[in-house]
Design a protein around this ligand. Structure first.
Ligand code: HEM
Ligand code: HEM
Length: 165
């Protein structure tokens, strides 16, 4: 994908934080969907809270899929800044690899979620496995952003907060 020296656009920044918030919602409340699916199999009742959070999981997940496709199209059209060049070279490789992994996961998780919803297992198990993968990636990513901003002081976090264009 193309890389420009300019910063992220305000649309890219808005989408980054909206998608991040929606993904955190899915990770925190996803188990309600598991409860709803398990209850449907056992013909058991579910609490109104699980029912509501289960429906929210469905629609928030589909919104993430649509927003990520929009974000990728925007990135193809307007590019992204090069990773900061302070610090060792492997860090820039790690940034590219982890961003690529994020996009892969952001597309695959809702897609497999749809398969889990309509076709059941093994897709449900595969979908649930994405939870720890997301948690590890988000923790590493957020720590790296803070390390760049406050240790290397290369302005990495700032460019995801205000537009460089
Ligand atoms: C990025 C988007 C998504 C994330 C991060 C996500 C995350 C999760 C999490 C954390 C769980 C609970 C796993 C557990 O109980 O340990 C779950 C369960 C589930 N999600 Fe999602 N989800 C997403 C999108 C979707 C979408 C779009 C659908 C379908 C429309 C969906 C359908 C399901 C189903 C059916 C389950 C129950 C799986 C089972 O145990 O059989 N998810 N999801
Ligand atoms: C679910 C949570 C998150 C997801 C899915 C996510 C995803 C991403 C992705 C895919 C990129 C690459 C953007 C591109 O070049 O197209 C990115 C960049 C970035 N993210 Fe996140 N992010 C999340 C949370 C966070 C958090 C919590 C922080 C801050 C503590 C953060 C700070 C940044 C920064 C500073 C960049 C720019 C890096 C650079 O320009 O080299 N992100 N994020």
């Amino acid at each position: 994908m193309s890389e420009t020296k300019l910063g992220y656009s305000s649309y890219q920044i808005a989408l980054h934080w909206i998608i991040a918030a929606l993904v955190l919602f899915q990770l925190f409340f996803g188990e309600s969907m598991t409860t709803v699916v398990d209850a449907a199999e056992d013909r058991a009742a579910v609490s109104p809270a699980d029912q509501t959070l289960g429906s929210a999981h469905y629609w928030v997940g589909i919104s993430i899929l649509v927003l990520v496709v929009a974000r990728l199209i925007m990135r193809l059209v307007s590019g992204a800044p090069k990773p900061a060049d302070r610090g060792p070279g492997w860090m820039q490789v790690a940034a590219r690899v982890s961003h690529g992994l994020f996009y892969l996961l952001l597309l695959a998780t809702p897609f497999v979620g749809l398969l889990a919803f309509y076709a059941g297992d093994p897709w449900g198990d595969i979908h649930s496995l994405n939870k720890p993968v997301f948690i590890i990636l988000i923790s590493t990513h957020a720590s790296a952003a803070l390390f760049h901003q406050y240790w290397l002081r290369d302005g990495t976090l700032r460019r995801m907060l205000s537009s460089g264009r």
